[in-house]
Design a protein around this ligand. Structure first.
Ligand SMILES: NC(=O)c1ccc[n+]([C@@H]2O[C@H](COP(=O)([O-])OP(=O)(O)OC[C@H]3O[C@@H](n4cnc5c(N)ncnc54)[C@H](O)[C@@H]3O)[C@@H](O)[C@H]2O)c1
Length: 383
């Protein structure tokens, strides 16, 4: 349509897991297929994507799949093309800072995967540079748009819990080592030099989740381990895992809520989902997975009595009620992309910016410090 707002987006790292599945296919191509994002003025924002990466063959195949999208292996030349106003980065974490910095200096708006950089100093530098250049910026915080967590957030808003005292997050699953089965995560996740480590991967998620739902994180205590010291890479070659593959982390918030999150690539799942978050409050409790959420109000709480000499008389799962889907939930990444595009085009508020991203990187560094020094660490406010 003549009135469409066509917006050029450079997608770097798009042949990877997140880039291809979540950001290209389920977000931008899905939005394009729906006819774009509707603005206040009734126009539609239509993404015009160029694929950028290292491997021409993979890029060409991907391009073919989506009606011949343009592609390039030369980031510098694409950055100098004024047709593209947004730079999106979903490369491996270790490459983020250099590429995002280049894109800011080229005057592009920035949207990127988490973590926004490998170190706090770099993450803050990117934020300051983006502000100086007056460009729009955002960092992926997808968990906030997961249906299960949206339901939790709504329960909090309606004061279902009363005073919340604790939150328990269980994240993880068994990631195959690659010795006999193909691993379902890339090998760089287990290599320090390439930005791997489960603290690096997950603590930034816990930061925005807790900050948005339970109050600002003020203190952290983390212990981690490398449970599996050797894995096999994509070509079947063994390598040494020199980063942690499980982290056991406790956070305190300024609302006095204690949040404990276990994150592990070495655990076998016996729970409702790959991530479950339980909230316990005076008036009720809830447990959310990625999509579903179950509640138990105070009035429906069973009264267990400890007696291991008889079979458990209570079926604890029966005392929970499923929160129904009252709306249609979008893919979480797509939901945030929509808001980012509205932010770029019509200044829609978008607090999930490079400063919020830097807060995640800050907490990641403090988690490593806490683990190394075996102690609680304060989390200073970031301005
Ligand atoms: N938001 C989320 O839930 C979520 C989940 C997983 C990963 N991530 C983030 O997304 C980013 C990409 O993760 P992924 O799981 O898609 O990784 P991946 O290995 O599947 O993809 C990495 C991408 O980076 C590119 N790349 C450039 N240089 C590379 C190099 N030297 N080695 C390997 N790849 C290189 C690859 O070509 C590929 O396109 C990471 O920063 C990660 O933290 C976010």
């Amino acid at each position: 349509m003549v009135d469409d707002i066509r917006i050029g987006i450079i997608m770097n790292g798009v042949t990877g897991r997140m880039g291809r599945n979540q950001h290209l296919e389920r977000s931008l191509m899905a939005l394009k297929q729906e006819g774009g994002v509707l603005t206040k003025t009734g126009k539609r924002i239509v993404p015009e994507v160029i694929l950028v990466g290292r491997n021409s063959q993979k890029l060409a195949e991907l391009s073919e799949k989506y009606s011949r999208l343009p592609w390039s292996t030369d980031l510098d030349s694409v950055l100098s093309d004024s047709k593209y106003s947004i730079y999106f980065d979903t490369q491996i974490t270790g490459l983020r800072y250099d590429s995002v910095k280049k894109a800011i200096l080229a005057g592009k708006h920035i949207y990127c995967e988490k973590p926004s950089a490998s170190h706090l100093s770099q993450a803050l530098e990117l934020y300051k540079l983006a502000e100086e250049k007056k460009i729009k910026h955002g960092v992926v915080q997808d968990k906030l748009w997961l249906p299960g967590l949206l339901k939790l957030s709504e329960l909090i808003r309606q004061d279902f819990f009363g005073r919340i005292h604790e939150v328990r997050g269980e994240f993880g699953y068994w990631v195959f080592t690659g010795e006999f089965e193909l691993p379902q995560r890339p090998s760089w996740n287990y290599k320090k030099s390439e930005g791997g480590g489960i603290i690096q991967d997950m603590v930034c998620h816990w930061r925005y989740l807790i900050d948005n739902l339970f109050g600002t994180v003020t203190d952290i205590n983390c212990f981690a381990m490398t449970h599996i010291p050797q894995r096999w890479d994509e070509s079947g070659k063994p390598y040494v895992c020199d980063v942690e593959d499980a982290a056991y982390t406790t956070f305190l918030t300024d609302r006095g809520i204690i949040c404990h999150f276990n994150s592990s690539w070495c655990t076998r799942v016996h729970r409702d989902d790959l991530l479950t978050v339980q909230i316990d409050g005076m008036k009720g409790s809830a447990v959310a997975g990625l999509r579903e959420c179950y509640i138990q109000p105070a009035e429906g709480t069973p009264k267990p009595v400890w007696n291991p000499d008889i079979p458990q008389p209570i079926n604890f799962y029966e005392g929970w009620m499923k929160v129904p889907d009252r709306v249609n939930y979008d893919n979480a990444f797509k939901a945030q992309w929509k808001l980012f595009l509205l932010h770029v085009v019509e200044d829609f508020p978008f607090p999930w910016d490079l400063l919020a991203g830097a807060k995640g990187v800050q907490l990641t560094e403090l988690a490593y410090q806490s683990w190394q020094e075996r102690r609680w660490v304060k989390v200073p406010p970031l301005k």
